[in-house]
Write a new protein. Structure first.
Length: 387
């Protein structure tokens, strides 16, 4: 059968992730070191795993309420208020999702009518554009630049706003660049959002992973809570990627609509994972601190190593990625990544995977052991000397 004729046009428009291509290619290269995937190399802390086991032993395996276990929503609300000074009603304004990925999809499908435009600062996480397209919207790329620290500039953002602009995605700390935005910088964006009546989808999954600066929640800015959907989760800070647990926080009138899409799409997040997340929020702060300190150590090592090799490199201040320019090698970012993998057995992601602004860059994840990072830096140095 010719299945293409049955597939919706918007699905045909979406391509597979370049990240997955390189992740899968690693399996074809014996002894390759993968610095592709944004996944902590730490095992989920024992006390969190034990909480899930306890829930299983107690038979807590049934559906939960659609928005999640109320105790978990209460803990999320406490966390957001104490950590970022933004208050939400756990009963009506927080929805537990299957990872931050589902939260992004739910936000797009709830907000977008056909043709609505979503402004996406690039380089950007690879899922944003496809989620907009699959929801019937139109993604609009807004460039950011290394010379600006990959910070979104209000004057540049405003150039891309049209009468069809409905939403803006913010993702700071940023994947893939590691950039962060200060409160003052975010205030400039807040003024634009208010002026043009934009809903802001603020993906703050890396909020706990900043180095030398405190994260500012966009919803905590004056007047922004009412127009912000905050997205976060447990994968990065608590090393809980496989548990698939995230959340949405939004004003009651909007959260009610978001819940409809979540309810019919997945019913609820896994119950055992929710009990694990309660434990993570109650007693996980020391583990988060320990992992953040280790990421910081790796960050400094990789940044200094790349600079010493002669690669122009922005110093990341958040997440666990670094985004060096490879333009001075004479290779495109795709050529660089392919040759590095097959010649020196190190897998990185070409920057073009994150949008046109990523051309000439590669993304390196330092969520890997120091031993592997040291080996990888040696191999990259050898590769650069060779070419």
């Amino acid at each position: 059968m010719e299945y293409k004729k049955y597939v919706a046009d918007r699905v045909k428009e979406v391509t597979f992730s370049t990240i997955r291509y390189f992740f899968n290619a690693v399996n074809q290269v014996p002894d390759a070191i993968s610095l592709c995937i944004g996944e902590p190399d730490f095992v989920t802390p024992l006390h969190i795993r034990e909480a899930a086991k306890k829930a299983l032993d107690e038979g807590k395996t049934s559906y939960t309420p659609n928005p999640g276990i109320i105790e978990l929503r209460e803990e999320i609300a406490k966390y957001l208020e104490s950590r970022f000074n933004v208050s939400y009603n756990p009963s009506k304004e927080i929805i537990v999702t299957i990872g931050a990925s589902e939260a992004i999809d739910v936000a797009m499908r709830t907000l977008l009518n056909p043709g609505d435009e979503v402004l996406i600062p690039e380089p950007a996480f690879v899922a944003y554009k496809p989620c907009v397209v699959l929801a019937g919207g139109r993604p609009i790329s807004v460039p950011t630049y290394m010379k600006d620290g990959f910070v979104l500039k209000p004057e540049i953002l405003e150039k891309y706003i049209t009468p069809k602009s409905k939403a803006l995605i913010l993702s700071y700390p940023n994947n893939p660049t590691g950039a962060i935005m200060s409160r003052d910088e975010l205030m400039g964006i807040a003024r634009i959002a208010e002026k043009h009546d934009l809903i802001v989808i603020s993906d703050e999954i890396y909020a706990e992973l900043t180095y030398g600066a405190e994260h500012t929640a966009f919803a905590a800015l004056p007047g922004m809570r009412e127009r912000t959907v905050t997205i976060s989760g447990f994968s990065k800070a608590y090393s809980m990627t496989g548990w698939r647990l995230g959340y949405l926080a939004a004003p009651e009138g909007l959260a009610e609509e978001l819940l409809k899409v979540h309810q019919y799409g997945v019913a609820c997040a896994p119950s055992m994972a929710q009990y694990a997340a309660i434990e993570a929020l109650k007693n996980g702060e020391e583990n988060v601190k320990r992992m953040r300190e280790e990421y910081d150590r790796r960050r400094v090592f990789v940044y200094n190593s790349l600079k010493d090799m002669g690669l122009e490199c922005f110093e990341p201040k958040g997440a666990f990625y670094i985004f060096p320019s490879v333009e001075n090698t004479g290779l495109s970012c795709e050529e660089f990544a392919n040759k590095l993998l097959f010649d020196k057995k190190v897998a990185v992601v070409p920057g073009i995977a994150f949008g046109e602004c990523g051309k000439g860059f590669v993304r390196i994840s330092y969520a890997a052991s120091m031993e592997n990072l040291e080996k990888a830096m040696e191999r990259i140095n050898e590769f650069l000397k060779k070419i």
